[in-house]
Design a protein around this ligand. Sequence first.
Ligand SMILES: [Zn+2]
Length: 190
Amino acid sequence: MKCPFCGSPENRVVNSRVTTDETSIRRRRECEGCKERFTTFEHVEETPLIVVKRDGTRQTLNREKMINGLLHSCEKRPVTFEQLQALVEEVEKDLQGGMEREVSSMRIGQMVLTKLRSLDEVAYVRFASVYRQFRDVSEFSEEVRNLLDQTEPGSGADRTEPGSAADRAADSADSAETDTGGKASPESTR
Ligand SMILES: [Zn+2]
């Protein structure tokens, strides 16, 4: 590190401390040449994650966008904004920990789905319908049926026939895709 005053590469650290937000270390240095003091900061380099969309276009991972998408799926569901924030942060952390710098939007959607499922199953189905882009209705119904089969008895999903329960979930997924404003989801009529 060259001295900004005289250009000498020789200096010693006279003081070093972690910044208040704990994201970097501040070092006060003294030049061995001219004795002037200057400050350097050390922080973790954040390599932006690149999302490869279905059409092949790339963009940096956008946390806000992810949360917005999730908010849509969680409309009228007992999921807090903080829970969604935590979910997105977890996904981001998992991705940052991996070696890949480019991740497909499908893979991210999959990771979000896995976490969303433990938060709220209706939100999960809504989100799945957008992210997986099911080929047809039967494929989607199949997914919903699998989901309902795994649902514990007594949670409410077992009170109706599998077919109608799937339809009901499909309806709510539809309303998540098309912006219907304040239309009540079928779940709220229970
Ligand atoms: Zn100097």
